[in-house]
Design a protein around this ligand. Structure first.
Ligand code: SF4
Length: 269
């Protein structure tokens, strides 16, 4: 694993993600190495030739740069800042580099609202600081709730069972939690098991379909073929069938109701 420090001029970026006007990515790359990661396109903007998931650039001095960026604004920033769009804020090296924590401290000082999405229970480390924000939200994402399958699809992320425990603990601490069933892989992800496992851990969840037309499909196809040679075709055929998604959306809404949760978004590509 190659980890290096890089210099950046700014850390707060404008975003086009629905519901998030600003985004912060404390790292370039993500060592979780999920086979379906769409953020692998980021390699194009770096000098990295190594496979996605095997390198990480740590944005040096990010917290100080952000402090300067926020202090120099004419009006204080009161729009929500989202962590992260092309990396995971709580991937294992965060334990050592504490980039996310240091950035959160700056955002708290400037009273900027935050929203976090991660695949790691390391987020629990920052429960103390997240509780001090007004209305911080924390989402954990799941392509599956099967720990064994997750080890294949998301080799270095926290196991789903640990993520669910993290959601419960955050919720007990009074932090707003939600789950993102993303990416949903037809023929692989199990909606019934996912929604049932999340009961009591979240009030809201969203679903996002796998994008089989993106560059990330090559890795997914290879991995699924290693599980069952028939799986890639099945997954691809179902994901291009509008009736499949219509039925899934309907079932997700119904299952959510049965397990005392609301589905707040259903995203297709
Ligand atoms: S955790 Fe997110 S950013 Fe990291 S490899 Fe997985 S999908 Fe990509």
């Amino acid at each position: 694993m190659g980890i290096q420090s890089i210099e950046v001029k700014g850390i707060l970026q404008k975003s086009k993600i629905p519901g998030a006007n600003y985004v912060i990515n404390p790292y370039v790359g993500c060592v979780h190495g999920c086979v379906y990661c769409y953020a692998r396109f980021m390699r194009r903007f770096t000098a990295h030739t190594e496979p996605w998931g095997t390198f990480l650039d740590v944005k040096a001095d990010a917290a100080r740069i952000l402090d300067k960026q926020l202090a120099s604004r004419r009006k204080p920033l009161r729009e929500e800042v989202f962590f992260c769009s092309v990396t995971d804020p709580y991937q294992p090296p965060e334990r050592r580099y504490r980039q996310t924590r240091k950035i959160l401290e700056v955002l708290l000082k400037h009273e900027v609202p935050v929203s976090i999405l991660t695949k790691s229970d390391l987020v629990l480390r920052d429960k103390d600081i997240l509780r001090q924000f007004h209305g911080a939200t924390v989402g954990l994402s799941f392509s599956t709730v099967d720990d064994r399958l997750a080890r294949i699809l998301e080799p270095r992320a926290s196991l789903p069972s640990r993520r669910i425990r993290a959601l419960r603990e955050l919720r007990d601490a009074g932090i707003d939690t939600w789950a993102f069933l993303s990416p949903f892989l037809p023929g692989v992800s199990d909606l019934d098991a996912q929604v049932a496992a999340l009961e009591g851990a979240v009030d809201e969840f969203g679903v996002e379909a796998i994008n089989t037309r993106g560059g990330n499909w090559i890795g997914v196809e290879k991995t699924l073929a290693g599980i069952d040679p028939a799986l890639p075709d099945r997954c691809k055929t179902l994901s291009r069938d509008p009736a499949f998604w219509k039925d899934l959306e309907h079932r997700a809404r119904r299952l959510g109701g049965e397990h005392r949760m609301t589905m707040t978004g259903f995203y297709r590509h």
